[in-house]
Design a protein around this ligand. Structure first.
Ligand SMILES: O=C(O)c1cc(=O)[nH]c(=O)n1[C@@H]1O[C@H](COP(=O)(O)O)[C@@H](O)[C@H]1O
Length: 270
């Protein structure tokens, strides 16, 4: 984030984007799309975030492309956040952790997104494996979609549900109090308005990165970033997919779109 600016670009090969790029909705179209993004932006962006769903919809051939994309980003020296939003119990969670966070796993990424709605503690196998292999996780706290608040804003005996995720991330990052930024981040959508403040969430105190999707196609921009994050803004990694991808397939146009996204996010989050 210090080197390239506080922006993560999502690799979301929607069928409609493939068509706009003149590609077929097939594993080969997917491959050309995703590798074009890595070639254009690799080494120039804080992180790339492949959206697993758009690879999974092509079955095993799509997963093979995802493996190739993760490897290409690694070769380009760019961190990957694999957006899989996994969450399960016990040994099943351990299986997911092994799939994405183990050294040498075919789908290993630098970080993954996790859904904690089976209970924050159910994520333990992923938290532990990420710590031992030097990887990271982003735990969904306040998601960018309008339906999320029914669950995430609900107030349980222990306080708002989202606060349990914030407290959980904080406790994990406190284990290594010397690290400038911990490896357990949260997902807080740039579209959530005053929710973090209203629910009394101290995002800055988590000392973790805050992945902020919703920038661009979902309508959030610099003003929303300032409003949502306040004094936690230096931890924010603003995330946009279609907002940059729509500029493709030209590499220079993708780079220009990244440049604009970085200028606007960096000015807001300074
Ligand atoms: O975890 C995510 O990245 C995520 C969380 C969230 O709350 N909202 C959200 O939109 N996302 C993802 O971020 C991407 C947003 O894409 P765009 O709307 O095209 O920028 C999609 O891959 C979503 O699945």
């Amino acid at each position: 984030m210090d080197t390239h600016g506080p922006v993560c670009v999502g690799i979301d090969p929607h069928p409609a984007l493939l068509e706009t790029w003149g590609l077929t909705d097939s594993p080969e179209g997917l491959r050309r799309f995703a590798l074009t993004v890595v070639d254009a932006l690799g080494g120039r962006v804080a992180a790339l975030k492949p959206q697993s769903a758009f690879f999974e919809r092509h079955g095993s051939a799509g997963i093979a492309v995802l493996e190739e994309v993760l490897a290409a980003a690694r070769t380009a020296g760019t961190l990957t956040v694999l957006d899989v939003k996994r969450g399960d119990i016990g040994s099943t969670m351990a299986g997911y952790a092994d799939a994405y966070l183990r050294d040498g796993a075919p789908l290993a990424a630098d970080a993954i997104t996790l859904s904690p709605y089976l209970g924050f503690a159910s994520l333990r196998p992923a938290l532990d494996l990420a710590r031992s292999t030097g990887r990271g996780v982003f735990v969904l706290a306040l998601t960018s979609n309008p339906e999320g608040h029914h669950v995430q804003h609900a107030v349980a005996a222990a306080g708002p549900v989202a606060r349990q995720m914030v407290d959980g991330a904080r406790a994990e990052n406190d284990i290594d109090a010397e690290a400038p930024l911990g490896s357990v981040g949260l997902v807080v959508g740039a579209t959530v308005g005053a929710a973090a403040a209203d629910l009394g969430l101290d995002l800055a105190a988590t000392r973790g990165p805050l992945l902020a999707p919703g920038v661009g196609a979902q309508g959030a921009g610099p003003r929303e970033l300032v409003h949502v994050f306040g004094d936690a803004r230096r931890q924010v990694l603003a995330s946009t997919s279609r907002g940059v991808l729509a500029a493709g397939p030209s590499a220079s146009a993708l780079r220009d779109a990244l440049g604009s996204a970085v200028d606007s996010a960096a000015a807001a989050l300074r």
